[in-house]
Design a protein around this ligand. Structure first.
Ligand SMILES: Nc1nc2c(ncn2[C@@H]2O[C@H](COP(=O)(O)OP(=O)(O)O)[C@@H](O)[C@H]2O)c(=O)[nH]1
Ligand SMILES: [Mg+2]
Length: 194
């Protein structure tokens, strides 16, 4: 069991990316996420020496910007991966990526992060692909250009994330995997203070 959290400013397409991946659907209508919602996805990925590994991912989707730091920390706690989404038609959402990254990585230093340039189907794009590549190098994260509307790169992004976090878990050892699975089930448990 793996926990994934979706981060980024409001209306960038967090809910839409998750919906595209878990239900293969898309809606033009904007329905602001209220509170936290969850989606489940079972995946089969290629393991070492050709074996097939099945995993369950719990995708956490939170409303825009939680005002309380403590709430945000609890939401992020135990995540083994995060998608930080920005909207290529709104530069400010790109400029906010660094802040989302810092907030997340202090809570989950071992997690795998993907920074996602979403809405690439839009003709009124303002944030160029080079900006995303720069962030990929600076923050040492995975990076994808996606469209939840057309579905471009959505599956690839989530599949890569799961594979990378499985690899990471093998590197870190089994103790951390139990810990992250439990934290994702016991959602209300406060984060460990270190
Ligand atoms: N054209 C286009 N619109 C998108 C895309 N992803 C999301 N949207 C639209 O952007 C708005 C906000 O999406 P939503 O997923 O609710 O954003 P969230 O607040 O980050 O969860 C909705 O009207 C979606 O239909 C995309 O890839 N392309
Ligand atoms: Mg949403």
């Amino acid at each position: 069991m793996f926990k994934l959290v979706a981060l980024g400013d409001g209306a960038v397409g967090k809910t839409s990316c998750i919906k595209r991946y878990t239900e293969d659907s898309f809606s033009e209508r904007y329905i602001a996420t209220i509170g936290t919602t969850f989606a489940l996805k079972s995946v089969e990925v290629q393991g070492p020496n050709g074996s097939k590994i099945s995993a369950r991912i719990v995708l956490w989707d939170l409303a825009g910007q939680p005002t309380y730091n403590e709430l945000r920390r609890r939401y992020m706690a135990g995540a083994s991966m995060a998608v930080i989404v920005y909207d290529v038609t709104r530069p400010q959402t790109f400029l906010d990526v660094g802040e989302w990254f810092t907030k997340f990585i202090t809570v989950c230093p071992n997690a795998v992060v993907a920074v996602v340039a979403n809405k690439i189907d839009r003709p009124d794009r303002l944030v160029p692909p080079e900006a995303g590549l720069m962030v990929k190098r600076w923050l040492d994260v995975l990076h994808y250009e996606t469209s939840a509307k057309t579905g471009e790169n959505i599956n690839r992004m989530f599949t890569d994330l799961v594979m990378r976090s499985m690899e990471k878990q093998r590197e870190l050892g089994p103790a951390s995997s139990i810990d992250s699975a439990q934290s994702s089930i016991h959602a209300t448990r406060p984060p460990k203070t270190t």
